[in-house]
Design a protein around this ligand. Sequence first.
Ligand code: BTN
Length: 323
Amino acid sequence: MDVKQLLDILSDGEFHSGEDLGVQLGITRAAVWKRLQYLAVLDIPVEASRARGYRILGGMNLLNRDQIISTTSPDARALLGNLMCLHEVESTNTFLLNSGSCGDVCLAERQTAGRGRRGRQWFSPYGRNLYLSVRWHFDQGVTALEGLSLAVGALLAEVLDQIGVANIQLKWPNDLLCGGNKLGGILIEVGGDLTGECVVVVGVGLNIFMSDVLRDDESAKINQPWTDLKRQGFSASRNDLCGAILSSLLPALSNYPAEGFARYRDRWESRCAYLNQPIKVILPTGSCEGVLLGVDGQGALRVATKENELLFSGGEISLRSAL
Ligand code: BTN
């Protein structure tokens, strides 16, 4: 059901009568009512008053393409392709993997099949968080991209620092944590020729204004303790945050083949969660325990076990504290 235009009107937080909504949308009052009911399905709380009409208390900060572009730095704007702000999409990563050009950016208010690492779902409620993907083309194959997902994590943590959200930690390979709880994650996917001209989609999910109460089916999609930017004192615009992220990310992608992970290694390690602490590395084939030493020049995880130092890389590995 198309509720985008209805939300554009109600996002101001003011009351609008059913009649006015019908006129503005060019639909019957019954059709307005159906759309309003669908907002409840999207978990968007609409207040109804017999005398005054309908409103979304506090309004909604919807994605706005022009505002995002205007807050993106000129350097990044020069690298930006098509910037799409979708109402709803299966997954912003899938969308850009299937089509697009270098520098295209896809954002959505909601993902119906948002994806996390290791085949997990990514909880993507309407209008509350950030679901952002960037498509980039590299012609040196995937080896030139080693450490890219860690580099993106370091950049995001720095952007959040700049807007006043301090103490972001990075959990290998690419979780953003705050106070030990998950704030966001990065999913990088590659298509094309892995040894030559390849397409990379960098997907970023950041919790911003999560509901205070999640239904059981929603909690089930999040398999770990979480937090969001609102709980860290953030109250600015999602659009400004997108602009700040693109200002950092697009130039970094453009320079990555020349600079590589070397430029990011110290920055990543300075925020490394569980550094010098006992951890458990969970692999598809089993697990291993040791002390987290940091990462190597390619972004691989360095772990000191009782016997020796081991290096771990690859998408199917995760780690947790063993304290
Ligand atoms: C993780 O921590 O597991 C990675 C989560 C990545 C989620 C983002 S949201 C935007 C983009 N589209 C997706 O389907 N996934 C990524």
